[in-house]
Design a protein around this ligand. Structure first.
Ligand code: SAH
Ligand code: SF4
Length: 395
């Protein structure tokens, strides 16, 4: 609209301008947002809620992407939807399968950016490790993603789209009319891929709300774990607005060491962090907080560290389990993994103090899919572009 055009219409009746060259993607919209979008584009207000229910089920319960398959909607309405909307998820660029069955996907999102998504099959369950950002603003010194600058936050559609993509690949959308199958290949989600989920709070929340919706993917909030490096101001909100399980990338028992490993610690010190963690389970009804602790040789892996760790958790009265993560190396990583004996001794001290202390088996190492090894090919592309520019005398 030009500046001089008279504004005569009610703003709600003006169709929202379609995104450049495309349609409005319904994936990632909350129910309320979907309802608003439908009304804005001509669905009668009275019908809108019912239409959302119908479309929602097609998309999230049955995995349907084509409006023409939404057979409980009239043909004309389907055609109208088709004109304005789309049901789009990120595109799979490549898929690697590890010897242990772990699958790593590289997916492309708008703007040509790429993120990695990892599926980890286990006995009786399967976990999808989802990314929330391209790169990360934080620079944890042991993390591969931390060496890649933040490119952008993922949208809610791109986050829940990773789950839908994995269900496609696992062929796990239920068949209509078939009896409900309770065993799920994709039974758990962990927000432990690339990025800091609490620096992309709204999109992560909206995506997880979609994952939990009883009319769709239907994962219980107990099967969703959000891992944070310790963004204290967003933790209470996570409990209130998402209510999922929380994991904290703890990794050190003194501020001195944590300042180096997880630099966000300079902003929110251990004491502040532990206070926030102590109140999380009460607000969210979650059972226990998972303390993630990466085992770095000679850095944070002594018996004293183990004793200090359990003392801190006890002093603050936090219901916890301690997940010990053998450090996963990446090209140029400045640390080494603690020996198996050291990890076992550490685990034993934690266990003796009354806390579960599972040692996380590295999965998909042969395809660089293990914790902290993710980094998108965008980075490589960016570097080569730089090189090209330099060669052309532009850099
Ligand atoms: N940004 C969030 C979530 C992504 S990282 C966070 O930091 O919590 C997921 C987990 O992998 C974190 O506990 C992280 O500290 C850990 N991690 C990162 N790099 C690792 C590495 N090289 N080896 C083992 N674990 C690593
Ligand atoms: Fe970012 Fe988490 Fe890696 Fe730290 S560990 S750099 S917060 S992705």
């Amino acid at each position: 609209m030009t500046a001089s055009a008279p504004v005569t219409q009610d703003v709600h009746t003006i169709p929202r301008k379609l995104p450049e060259g495309g349609k409005i993607n319904l994936v990632g919209l909350t129910r309320a947002a979907m309802q608003g979008a439908l009304i804005e584009h001509g669905t009668p207000e009275k019908q809108a809620k019912m239409r959302v229910n119908q479309i929602w089920q097609w998309i999230y319960q049955w995995g349907v992407r084509d409006f023409h398959e939404m057979t409980n909607l009239s043909k004309t309405y389907r055609a109208e939807l088709e004109e304005t909307f789309c049901v789009d998820i990120p595109e799979v660029v490549s898929k690697q399968v590890s010897e242990d069955g772990t699958r790593k996907y590289l997916v492309r999102i708008a703007g040509g950016h790429e993120v990695e998504v990892v599926y980890i099959p286990e006995e009786g369950r399967g976990t999808l490790c989802v990314s929330s950002q391209v790169g990360c603003t934080l620079t944890c010194s042991f993390c591969h993603t931390g060496t890649q600058k933040l490119v952008r936050n993922l949208t809610a559609g791109e986050i829940i789209g990773q789950v839908m993509m994995a269900r496609d690949d696992l062929n796990e959308w239920p068949e209509r009319g078939a009896p409900k199958d309770e065993t799920r290949l994709l039974s758990n989600i962990v927000l432990m891929g690339m990025g800091e989920p609490l620096y992309n709070f709204e999109n992560v929340r909206d995506a997880m709300k979609i994952a939990m919706d009883p009319e769709g993917i239907q994962l219980s909030r107990r099967r969703i774990t959000l891992s944070t490096s310790g963004v204290v101001p967003e933790m209470a909100r996570t409990a209130e607005e998402i209510g999922c399980q929380l994991a904290i990338s703890f990794h050190a028992t003194t501020d001195e060491v944590r300042d180096v490993l997880v630099p966000i610690n300079k902003r929110w010190k251990l004491e502040t962090l532990l206070e926030a963690l102590a109140s999380y389970p009460k607000v969210s009804n979650s059972e226990r907080i998972t303390f993630e602790y990466v085992m770095l040789k000679g850095v944070n892996d002594t018996d004293e560290d183990a004793h200090r760790l359990v003392k801190l958790i006890k002093d603050y009265g936090i219901p916890a389990k301690i997940n010990l993560i053998p450090f996963n190396e990446w090209p140029g990583s400045p640390y080494e993994r603690s020996s198996n004996n050291r990890i076992r001794a550490f685990a034993n001290i934690v266990y003796q103090a009354g806390y579960a202390s599972p040692i996380r088996t590295p999965r998909g190492e042969d395809i660089m899919a293990a914790c902290g090894q993710l980094k998108s090919a965008t980075e490589r592309a960016r570097k080569s572009r730089k090189q090209i520019e330099a060669e052309a005398g532009l850099g």
